[in-house]
Each structure stands twice: as structure tokens, then as C-alpha cells.
Design a protein around this ligand. Structure first.
Ligand SMILES: [Zn+2]
Length: 346
């Protein structure tokens, strides 16, 4: 067997000396260099694990050691030795690190982990944060969101005071019903607004704020239809969908920005925050949750789900034109599917 070159440290000083290591037929390792000549049974020599191209260390019983870059030589030398179980992981690590196949597998796992984080990890995290957020923080967010919308989109409601009062009563009765049924629904408040380019619409904002537009009130044929829409929005509020959505989007943008090293998108994110609230395209899961809540409420009140289907259909038919119009129905994907679900629950 050919000798391998190594640097020898006597364990007493930091000085390194060039040596050669050679294994004889009896399994004895001979270390030779200037002023060095010692032999150790190979079984008594401890060798460090092979990890990539990093240097290996051979520890001798007297505290001296050798360092070598000749990984293959070391492997050949110790080939007859049975590896301890504890060596298996480092050996696997080495194999993974050195094989292109493994490198590709590692890359695929990284991408899959990032995708999983975006689809499952971030939503789960956003849910936790949304429910853990202090009430004071949430009410600030809600106040700011409403102020921004009042500034850019909405105008004060032009409904006659007695109509506004009637709608507030309807909303209060719903909350009382939810509380009585122990469904929970305290602290939600209804804000009536002229919708501007938001058209016939309703929104659930943070801090339990529901905005309903005059146009939606005009579009309805029956207050039970408005009750159905209110119940849907309450469903969003109960699950804190808007907060979760904004948190999810923000973290996703952050993750992508950091991954791509494109930090300019962060300024865009900050500037876009108020718009995010309005154009929130809730996932189908969120919509289903809100719909289920609305349908449950209607069932408890003995109101036909047809009522909900009817207002959904009329909103679909009256959706505002124009790209920048915040679009209630685009934020409510699959209107047809939802109408069918609603009517299937009869
Ligand atoms: Zn919705």
C-alpha cells in the first residue's frame, strides 16, 4: 500500500512536521518524518469522518495527531475496519455532499420546503399571529384601514337616517342571536358608506368592522339578503381572514424578496398595503368558511339559502366595470360554485 503524506503534530506544541504514513501487512501504521518514527496498531488510531473535501485527522493513543488532505488514501488505509454505527451519518453526509444527484435532490427538497412554507407554513403562521394579535393592535389596524378607504374610495352614506337605523338594528339583532347561540360574535360593528367605485359591496376589515355600501343596500330586494351578506362578512371576521390574508401576502412578498435579493419590492409592499386590504382575493377556503358560517346562520334563523344565492347572483350581474374597481366578486371566486353550494344546502 502506498504511503500518504500528512502533517504531524506532537500534541505538545503547535509546530507541524511533514510525515508519511504507511500501513504494513500486520495492520500497523508507521509514522515517519524528520525526527519522528512511531508505529501504532491501526485499530488504536481514531480517524475523523470524511465530509466533502475537508481534511481528515488521525488521532494516536499518545495524544499526537496527523492531518492529511489525502481522503482516498485514508479511506483505503481504513477500508478493512468496520465502521462504528456512529460513523454512518457522517458517511451519508459525505455521500450526499459529493454526489451531483444528491445535490440536485437537496435543491429539490429546498424548493419543496419553500413552496410548502408558502402554501402551508405561512398560512398556519399567519393564522396564529392573527389570533394572537393584541386587540389594541387590531383596532388600530382596523381604524387605519377604514380611514384609508374613507379617504380614497368611500363617501358618507346617503341612506336616510331611519334606513341606516333599521340596518344597524338588523346587525345588532344578528350579533345578539350569535351571542345567544354561543356562536360568539361580540364587538363587530357595521359601517354604512356610499361605495364609490367599490359599487355594491361589503367588506370585512380588521377589528370587527363590516362596511356595507349604499349600492348594495339598493341592490337588495329584501333585508334577509343583506342579512345573508352580513353573515358572510361576520364569517370572515370570526376567522380573522383579512388579517391572515394581509399577513400571508406580506410574508410571502418578504420571503420572495429575500430569496431573490430584490429589496425594491419591499417599498412596493409598504406602498401597496392599503390596496392589499381592498383587493384581498381571499382563497376559496376562506370563502367556503365564510359561506358555511352564513348558511349556518340562515339555517338557524329559518331563512332559505336561496336568499343568499339570489343576492350573490345579483351582485355578479352588477359587478362594477373597470380594472381598478375593487371587485367584490373577484375577491369571491367561483360565484357559480358558491350559489350551487348555497342552494344544495336547502
Ligand atoms: Zn367573502
Amino acid at each position: 500500500m502506498s504511503a500518504i503524506q500528512a502533517r504531524y503534530f506532537d500534541g505538545k506544541s503547535s509546530a507541524a512536521r511533514e510525515t508519511s504514513l504507511e500501513l504494513d501487512a500486520q495492520g500497523v501504521l508507521r509514522v515517519r518524518g524528520e525526527g519522528i518514527d512511531c508505529s501504532w496498531p491501526l485499530a488504536e488510531v481514531r480517524v475523523s469522518d470524511r465530509i466533502g473535501a475537508s481534511r481528515r485527522y488521525l488521532d494516536f493513543p499518545d495524544g499526537s495527531k496527523c492531518e492529511t488532505a489525502d481522503n482516498d488514501g485514508v479511506d483505503r488505509m481504513f477500508a478493512g475496519q468496520v465502521p462504528a454505527a456512529s460513523n454512518l451519518l457522517p458517511r451519508l453526509l459525505h455521500r450526499w455532499e459529493s454526489g451531483l444527484r444528491y445535490a440536485l435532490a437537496a435543491a429539490a427538497i429546498t424548493v419543496a420546503a419553500a413552496v410548502a412554507a408558502i402554501f402551508w407554513g405561512i398560512p398556519a403562521l399567519a393564522k396564529q399571529v392573527a389570533f394572537a394579535l393584541p386587540a389594541s393592535t387590531e383596532s388600530l389596524l382596523g381604524r387605519d384601514a377604514l380611514a384609508a378607504l374613507d379617504h380614497f374610495i368611500f363617501k358618507p352614506s346617503r341612506l336616510p337616517p331611519e334606513r341606516q337605523e333599521a340596518l344597524q338594528k338588523l346587525h345588532a339583532a344578528m350579533l345578539a342571536d350569535l351571542t345567544a347561540g354561543r356562536v360568539g360574535g361580540g364587538g363587530y360593528r357595521l359601517e354604512l358608506r356610499a361605495g364609490g367605485r367599490a359599487g355594491a359591496n361589503a367588506f370585512a376589515l380588521p377589528a370587527g368592522i363590516i362596511v356595507m355600501t349604499d349600492e348594495l343596500v339598493a341592490l337588495s330586494k329584501d333585508d334577509r339578503e343583506l342579512e345573508a351578506v352580513l353573515a358572510h362578512e361576520i364569517g370572515h371576521l370570526r376567522q380573522r381572514h383579512i388579517l391572515r390574508h394581509v399577513l400571508q401576502d406580506s410574508v410571502t412578498v418578504l420571503l420572495i424578496a429575500v430569496t431573490l435579493g430584490d429589496l425594491t419590492s419591499l417599498t412596493t409592499l409598504a406602498a401597496a398595503a392599503p390596496t392589499l386590504l381592498l383587493q384581498a382575493k381571499f382563497s376559496r377556503d376562506f370563502e367556503r368558511e365564510a359561506d358555511d358560517f352564513a348558511l349556518g346562520h340562515l339555517a338557524r334563523r329559518g331563512i332559505s339559502p336561496e336568499v343568499f344565492a339570489a343576492i350573490l347572483q345579483r351582485m355578479e350581474d352588477n359587478r362594477p366595470d373597470g380594472k381598478d374597481a375593487p371587485d367584490f366578486l373577484s375577491s369571491h371566486p367561483g360565484t357559480r360554485e358558491r350559489i350551487e353550494r348555497a342552494t344544495a344546502k336547502r
